[in-house]
Design a protein around this ligand. Structure first.
Ligand code: BTN
Length: 254
């Protein structure tokens, strides 16, 4: 069995992902996942799209996302499910990424609002979620992880880190794709069942802002003590609740 065949078979066995598409290169795995029809039978429903290199990788807010060909991870996990609280996804997904990466990084990772994973002050991973109005129950969860590269330019110059740098060793990307898919699958199942307490505890811990004076940009800019936060809302000063869906920025107040 090739590593890809083995990965596809483990994905089928251990997760909801019944298909794997792994081209050497594409524009963006988000677009690949959008083009590939969802109604082709089981192997093209919930599926993993992983490119060794993206020529036009996309980040949030129309930024570019770069990778080093064959060294990093550019993956889109496509899921179709009817979630009663889909707004939990953007906050929940970096927790799944963090769970997949932390054992390799060998140190506690943190979440930087809205959905980046950092090791101290260096960015390790970013998440982008796409959803179309004509297929509202299909989510394309794009995850970029710096895995085996050791130098950074563009958006990540001066702020990038990788699993190889953190662990001191080159990492097996097939194993990481399987671990990531397993963690994302478990997270989506938790959202489907409404059993989020453990994941929300980890989210709060790794966001690290609870009890701190924060600045929140939503409809307006507010400053206050962050007294509660879960995957749907935050609360300032025990009385002002703000839905995360409208929060554009959340950071420690200066
Ligand atoms: C960000 O930090 O702004 C989000 C980065 C998301 C990058 C991933 S890589 C796989 C998928 N394909 C893309 O074009 N983007 C996402």
């Amino acid at each position: 069995m090739t590593p890809d065949e083995n990965l596809e078979s483990e994905l089928k066995r251990q997760t909801r992902f019944a298909g794997l598409l792994h081209p050497e290169s594409c524009d963006s795995t988000q677009d690949l996942a959008a083009q590939e029809p969802t109604d082709h039978g089981p192997s093209f429903g919930d599926a993993v799209f992983w490119a060794d290199h993206q020529t036009r990788g996309r980040g949030r807010q129309a930024r570019a996302w770069d990778d080093t060909a064959g060294l990093d991870l550019a993956v889109t996990l496509r899921i179709t499910t009817k979630l009663h609280n889909p707004l939990a996804l953007p906050a929940a997904l970096p927790v799944a990424v963090l769970q997949a990466c932390e054992p390799i990084a060998g140190q506690p990772l943190r979440i930087k609002w809205p959905n980046d994973v950092y090791a101290q002050d260096r960015k390790l991973s970013g998440v982008l979620i796409d959803r179309d109005t004509n297929r509202p129950n299909t989510y394309r969860i794009g995850v970029g992880i710096n895995v085996n590269r050791t130098t950074f330019d563009g958006n990540l110059a001066d702020i990038g880190t990788s699993l190889a740098l953190l662990s001191g060793a080159q990492q097996d990307r097939h194993a990481l794709v399987l671990e990531l898919a397993t963690r994302v699958d478990a997270m989506v199942s938790a959202i489907e069942r409404g059993h989020l307490r453990e994941h929300e505890d980890l989210f709060r811990e790794r966001l690290g802002l609870l009890g701190e004076r924060v600045e929140v940009q939503a409809r307006e800019t507010s400053v206050g003590i962050l007294t509660a936060i879960d995957f749907e809302n935050l609360v300032l000063d025990e009385r002002v609740a703000v839905p995360l869906a409208i929060v554009r920025s959340l950071r420690r107040a200066r």
